[in-house]
Write a protein that binds this ligand. Structure first.
Ligand SMILES: Cc1cc2nc3c(=O)[nH]c(=O)nc-3n(C[C@H](O)[C@H](O)[C@H](O)COP(=O)(O)OP(=O)(O)OC[C@H]3O[C@@H](n4cnc5c(N)ncnc54)[C@H](O)[C@@H]3O)c2cc1C
Length: 653
């Protein structure tokens, strides 16, 4: 158990320096998370002070490293932060070299207070805090460098600086959002794209379909509205695509004798793992069951939300790194996991997603009637260009994004009446509010507080759907109020097709008793939550098959962690994630802002909304419905709404 040596975090002083190690407070009892990852946490310093675990920590060296990082991240819009952080870092270096004087110590105190009080953004205002604490509580450590025998400099530590903000913390993949917003403000879309590309090839895709937890976390929200972060990302990606930025991307040459990694499934998780591993020099082969790559991005999400030229260009970027995708090859049917091992792969990453529909438990569901078509199967057919005959009236069951995609696609395919049946009220619908609004605008008929009880047939073809009205009872485990049937309220909808879209499950046909893989209670593949390694050494997994029906950005995040762990596994025999990822997780857990910071001087600038295709145009086919920001002035304007509530933390391992 790690013990606290000293902490000044969040204004609470815990000074255990004079106690015996065994009597010191457990790190767990402090309001910061305990060590993460392989190595023990030696210290964490940042916006709210210092937490020191290792009594041997060189405080002066650590602060110099911290201020060098502040200097790198400072945007330069105000002098105190940009110039002040350099002066502090230089003065600390002078001290460490044994060339300092008492005046330097006084000066450090003065300039830290000046930077804190006169900077315009949170980075400048918060970064002097640990130095001021150190000057107060570790004065002897600084003075030691003025003596004739100064302490040795400690270079054996790993310093992991993390520029953080609520948006970045809220992003499961920890994309450096503050940094790319800054780039956009400067009109540097190439760099903005490059910052995103550090984490994923799927930038234009995310710019369209990401559920943007970053925006829900944005500190501007309590003041007026969050920033349109997703649309800023989209603009940078589209600008890059138009200007061939990816042509300039580093073209990785894979060595002939490079270690090989096999991936099951070319969805966002599989593609992301391939992208990261290929850049680390591995030779990647993806086995994909379908004739196309992209997973649910290609086979689920309709093209009016995600145009295929955007997706395909991003898949092309992955392939340009030498990644081979073997199509029409289902692992478990066309090739087994055992055969894959025997082909000489050093590790396997499983990311086969959830491609089977959950059943509704209503009468007639298993009868094989013509006109009964599970949601993901229907969307797959539409996306693969297969003919689907839905008839004139249909019923889609569910209140999530998949149900919205089914209903909104049907109306574009010319179905005259699309009924959407959902057992709770609109407020409980799990779909994005924007999707629900769009569905309603496009003419989908909502049947709220209704549930199917029986599929009716005529000559084995669907002829109707019997539903029962529901009322909301007490909240269930999910916190949503439990829907309960209203006895005797059954009614019939005349429909030609019934499309259940209430959930998906995985196909585990590749699992054999010998492969050693385990399932969780929720029937997902069991993995270590950090490294994504399964119970079988060398087999890793990520995306929906591990997380349950999740999101693209979560699939990307899990794949990135797995890619790091796979790299370590192949190089060292041990799967672990790198210090950078440990540090990102650390900062996420600390929380950065316990409460939203409402800045004093925020101009009243409303969130800018994107252009959308008029409804009449939308319903003519599958043309993209949401058009993003068209003009740079709008993009820069929106980026300027960022209140720069970023802060710098540093994990020392
Ligand atoms: C209709 C729909 C709309 C959605 N909309 C959104 C949205 O707007 N925003 C969002 O963030 N998320 C959305 N999601 C969720 C998101 O698409 C998933 O979370 C994400 O695609 C999961 O990625 P994955 O790589 O784990 O799996 P998938 O994307 O499912 O990819 C798995 C891949 O593995 C292949 N495969 C399966 N079995 C095998 C096998 N045995 N052998 C070889 N290959 C195999 C599949 O064909 C597929 O290509 C949506 C999902 C659906 C179904």
């Amino acid at each position: 158990m790690s013990k606290v040596f000293f902490s000044s975090w969040n204004g609470k002083l815990t000074d255990e320096r004079n106690k015996k190690p065994s009597e010191r407070m457990d790190l767990q009892d402090l309001d910061v998370p305990p060590q993460l990852g392989e190595k023990e946490l030696k210290a964490f310093i940042g916006w709210a002070g210092m937490v020191i675990v290792d009594p041997e920590l060189n405080v002066v060296e650590t602060l110099k490293e911290y201020f060098q990082s502040v200097q790198k991240e400072s945007c330069g819009r105000c002098i105190p932060c940009r110039a002040g952080s350099k002066v502090v870092a230089d003065r600390l270096e002078k001290l460490l070299e044994g060339k300092g004087s008492k005046n330097d110590l006084a000066f450090l105190k003065e300039i830290s207070s000046l930077i804190k009080d006169s900077s315009l953004c949170e980075l400048g205002m918060s970064s002097p805090v640990p130095l001021l604490h150190a000057l107060e509580h570790f004065a002897a450590d600084f003075e030691a460098y003025l003596s004739e025998t100064p302490p040795a400099r400690d270079n054996g530590l790993a310093y992991q600086p993390i520029l953080t903000a609520p948006c970045r913390n809220g992003c499961p993949a920890h994309i450096n959002i503050p940094k790319y917003i800054e780039c956009i403000k400067e009109g540097d879309y190439e760099e903005a794209l490059a910052v995103n590309r550090e984490k994923t090839p799927l930038v234009g895709t995310l710019g369209r379909v990401c559920v943007h937890p970053c925006e829900s976390n944005c500190n501007r929200q309590p003041y007026d509205q969050s920033l349109s972060i997703r649309l800023l990302k989209r603009y940078a990606a589209d600008f890059g695509a138009k200007n061939n930025y990816d042509q300039k991307a580093k073209n990785v040459k894979t060595a002939a004798d490079a270690a090989r990694v096999a991936i099951v499934g070319a969805g966002p998780a599989g593609l992301n793992a391939a992208y990261q591993l290929a850049q680390k020099g591995y030779k990647i082969t993806i086995y994909e069951a379908l004739p196309i790559a992209g997973g649910m991005l290609a086979a689920g999400i309709p093209s009016y939300r995600l145009p295929r030229d955007i997706l395909n260009a991003e898949i092309g970027l992955v392939e340009s790194l030498g990644v081979e995708i073997i199509y029409n090859t289902k692992v478990g049917e066309d090739i087994t996991l055992d055969q894959i091992w025997k082909e000489g792969f050093k590790a396997i990453f499983i990311a086969n997603g959830l491609h089977e529909s959950t059943t509704m438990g209503c009468k007639g569901e298993d009868a094989g009637y013509k006109g009964y078509l599970p949601g993901v199967e229907y969307l797959r057919k539409v996306n693969l260009g297969e003919k689907v005959d839905l008839g004139e009236k249909i019923a889609v069951i569910g209140g999530g994004n998949v149900a919205m995609d089914c209903a909104r696609s049907a109306i574009r395919l010319g179905v005259k009446e699309v009924n959407l049946i959902y057992r709770r009220s609109r407020a409980e619908m799990p779909a994005n509010a924007a999707e629900v609004d769009a569905a309603e605008e496009e003419g989908i008929k909502f049947h709220l507080l209704a549930n199917p009880t029986s599929i009716l047939e005529d000559s084995s073809c669907v002829s109707g759907l019997e539903c029962i009205r529901m009322k909301l009872g007490e909240p269930d485990d999910s916190g949503r109020r439990r829907p309960e049937p209203l006895e005797g309220s059954e009614y019939v909808l005349d429909v030609d097709t019934v499309i259940p879209a209430i959930g998906q499950v995985a196909d585990y046909s590749y699992m054999t008793p010998e492969c050693g893989l385990e399932l969780t209670k929720k029937e997902n593949l069991s993995t270590d939550p950090v490294t994504m390694e399964t119970d079988t050494p060398g087999i890793f997994a990520g995306g929906d098959v591990v997380l349950g029906a999740a999101t693209v950005i979560e699939a990307i995040a899990s794949a990135n962690r797995a890619a790091e762990a796979i790299d370590n596994y192949i190089r060292t025999g041990q799967s672990k994630v790198e210090a950078q990822a440990v540090s990102e997780k650390h900062v996420e857990e600390i929380g950065v802002y316990k409460e939203a910071v409402v800045p004093e001087m925020v101009g009243g600038r409303e969130r800018l909304e994107e252009e959308v295709l008029p409804i009449k145009e939308r319903l003519k086919g599958f043309d993209e419905a949401e058009l993003g920001f068209k003009y740079p002035a709008k993009v820069i304007n929106e980026a300027e709404r960022c209140i720069k509530c970023l802060r710098l933390g540093m994990t020392i391992l």
